[in-house]
Write a protein that binds this ligand. Structure first.
Ligand code: NAG
Ligand code: NAG
Ligand code: NAG
Ligand code: NAG
Length: 541
């Protein structure tokens, strides 16, 4: 039932989108800067950008498309084009409603970051800085070894924590993320120097050790929020521990997981997050769009693929294919391919194909697409596939070029990279980041169950995905439907922790909110996910 409602809603919103496309396609890059004025998301006013004056960056309030293209032209932040440009590539409905409280907090946080970083040599400050007189606290994000999806979930969680507790977020310079992402806090850098004594961070006491010693004289605590946690680290998910942690100047954060969900269960965080996020069930999209901004060289790739392969289409469909629960995560598996196709055609995201050619349709193609090219629809559907395995792409491309679709719709299929297997190289991570962003611009997104890559794409896009049931060694007999519509735009917290806590418990009001908005994940029953109270009502897919 819910799915039908959603599909219909998506269709009714098409005319606006077509108008946007119409303008985008006929105007080309020449008018590119004009479209910056679409950039209205959540009233985020980038007041701190180093090269932009307060007065130039006035984002127009949401209004009709027409009023927005006539608004004053805005200037890009050339050190980070994605910061101002990413919203140009989204539908109106994917622009999040403003949150003045979040804007204000973000502005304040940037100011905190700048003033606490000013003039500091981090190595020196950590080793022997004026610890007693320094009013600032810090959170060091130590980049772990997992795939990019996990890293991004962990970084957004660390930022959620830092943001809510007024800690200056600093990141590990030794790995890939610093070169892939823009500096999110204009006017100060979040990158630690290479000379930073990481070994001292890694050998610093754990949360459990600090608790045992009642936090006396603990200047650094090293928290590990990985999928398996001991008693000590689990205590992070007890509210009272945070009053003690507030006194610890340096917190190091190593994780592979998304934990913003769990933070909402803590009374002190709930109150703070409650005031910042109008719905609280869009923490990831809002925060990830602030800090997971691709650096210019990756953004350039996003733009080239977008304009080269995805634009000028009636709708954009993203498909992210990653197998789980089997030996080769990048395998080509015919039943998986069939299931993906079944999901897409049964939800009308892709047309089914016919065997016989239809001469009437063929003879009409010229006039249909010649004219509609100017309406922004050279093809009906542009598909982007993200997978380590190229054969899923080849099959789909072959199918749609060899056979007609029953309704005559034209399908274009593209793929950015096909690594063959997961390697944590910089090159693969850069392609993956470009793909996550491109998928986030989809009108419809199909993701693989249990995939953190998929969570990041859906989260950046504010999209409820079609979750593909392609997990497990042999899906032939699992009795599952090919896919189901996701209940949320938020990532699933795969391993929520439930320690025994002393001290404060949620109030009845808080508990009622949790009961309504925190649900087991559809693709991991033991996981937890933030959802809207009535998904079918609030979110078009
Ligand atoms: C600001 O602009 C100037 C000149 O356009 C440039 O040299 C400088 O690097 C820019 N600063 C930042 C932080 O992008
Ligand atoms: C920062 O401080 C460390 C330790 O005192 C020193 O070795 C390093 O040269 C300093 N870095 C800069 C850029 O001044
Ligand atoms: C061929 O396409 C036209 C126009 O879409 C349609 O009206 C007609 O029924 C189709 N013919 C066959 C045999 O499917
Ligand atoms: C998968 O399961 C089906 C039905 O149980 C079986 O026929 C098939 O051989 C299995 N495939 C593989 C690759 O194990």
């Amino acid at each position: 039932m819910g799915e039908k409602v959603l599909v219909r809603k998506a269709e009714t919103s098409a005319p606006i989108w077509q108008r946007v496309l119409l303008v985008l396609c006929i105007s080309s890059m020449m008018m590119f800067s004009l479209f910056l004025v679409f950039d209205i998301e959540s009233a985020i006013k980038w007041t701190g950008l180093s090269n932009l004056s307060e007065t130039t960056v006035q984002y127009p309030v949401p209004g009709s498309h027409k009023s927005r293209i006539h608004a004053p032209i805005l200037k890009d932040d050339e050190s980070c084009l994605s910061r101002t440009q990413h919203l140009l590539y989204r539908r109106d409905s994917k622009v999040l409603p403003p949150s003045p409280a979040l804007d204000e907090a973000w502005k304040r946080y940037r100011e905190l970051h700048r003033s606490c970083s000013h003039g500091k040599n981090w190595t020196d400050h950590f080793l022997n800085g004026g610890q007693k007189t320094d009013p600032c606290n810090y959170l060091i994000f130590v980049e772990g070894g997992a795939g990019l999806g996990n890293k991004i979930l962990a970084l957004v969680s660390a930022f959620t924590y830092a943001f809510v507790t007024d800690r200056v977020l600093l990141i590990d310079s030794r790995k890939n993320l610093p070169s892939m992402l823009c500096e999110p806090f204009p006017g100060s850098s979040w990158i630690l120097p290479d000379s930073f004594p990481y070994d001292q961070i890694e050998s610093s006491p754990s949360l459990g050790a600090a608790i045992d010693k009642k936090f006396e004289n603990f200047d650094v605590v090293n928290i590990h929020l990985e999928h398996i946690q001991g008693w000590g680290d689990q205590q992070f998910f007890c509210d009272d521990r945070h009053y003690s942690l507030m006194k610890v100047r340096w917190v190091a954060w190593t994780s592979t997981q998304y934990y913003a969900t769990s933070m909402l269960a803590l009374p002190s965080f709930w109150h703070r997050l409650d005031s910042l996020f109008p719905s609280k069930t869009d923490i990831f999209p809002r925060l990830a769009r602030l800090i997971i901004l691709p650096a210019n060289h990756i953004w350039a790739r996003v733009l080239r693929v977008y304009w080269g392969y995805l634009s000028c289409s009636g709708s954009r469909v993203g498909i992210q294919i990653r197998l789980h629960g089997r030996w080769d995560l990048a395998a080509f598996d015919a039943p998986v391919s069939a299931r993906i196709r079944d999901c897409l055609t049964s939800h009308n995201l892709l047309p089914t194909t016919a065997v016989e050619e239809n001469a009437t349709q063929l003879s009409g193609l010229y006039s249909k697409h010649y004219h509609s090219e100017q309406d922004g629809k050279a093809v009906d559907i542009a598909v982007l596939i993200a997978s380590l395995q190229i054969k899923y792409f080849e099959e789909m491309k072959e199918l749609h070029s060899r056979y007609p679709s029953v309704d005559g719709r034209l399908v274009r299929v593209h793929m950015v990279s096909h690594g063959g297997r997961e390697e944590n190289t910089l090159e693969q991570a850069e392609s993956a980041l470009a793909e996550m962003w491109l998928l986030s611009f989809s009108d419809h997104l199909a993701t693989s169950a249990y995939s953190t890559f998929g969570y990041v794409a859906q989260g950046l896009g504010g999209l409820r995905p079609y979750i593909l049931n392609i997990r497990g060694e042999n899906i032939s007999n699992d009795g599952l439907p090919s896919c189901h519509i996701g209940q949320s735009i938020e990532p699933c917290t795969h391993f929520p922790q439930s320690p025994i806590c002393e001290g404060s418990k949620p109030t009845p009001e808080h508990q009622a909110w949790l009961d309504k908005h925190m649900q087991p994940c559809q693709d991991q029953q033991s996981g937890l996910q933030l959802i809207y109270s009535d998904p079918a009502e609030t979110l078009p897919t």
